[in-house]
Design a protein. Sequence first.
Length: 185
Amino acid sequence: MKLYFYYGVMGSSKTANALMKKFSFEERGRKVALLKSSIDNRSGETVIKSRVGLCSEAIVVKNKEYIKNVINPNEFDIIIVDEAQFLSEVQVDELRKMANDGIMVMCYGLKTDFTGHLFPGTKRIMEVCDTIREIQCMCNKCGTKATINARYQGSKIIYDGKIIDIGGEEKYIPLCYKCWKKGEI
């Protein structure tokens, strides 16, 4: 089977896509493991919720925890991971092995952080996956394709700080590179 990576900026409907895929596969009798990182606690510890209101219970994977200690891959046909950028390199390599062993693995996540650099988990996924697909979103300022998850405070773009700062529209806005460099939302 294959390891897929679907990426986009915040607000591009990655989570909604992941939840719709889960529903579609289960409707056809497939056994799906829906995983999420413990780092993402916006909707509660075990819930994945999209901005459009779709939600589902998920299996939580803690940082540095082996996925094989959380699920038995032999019990599932498909593994779907939301917020895959938070996975460790070891966890990504586990998913790659599961795909090699015949399980379809679909990862959804951000490509880059608010500074425009790849997350370590994303970097490893891109190195070992079979298929990479972008889920596009428009820049909130000019309407061109958004490529940056801009962190902001007030009307100013923030360019430094801790890399992982969980939040939604109250902290982040999708922007194109040009609008991001201007420094204001």
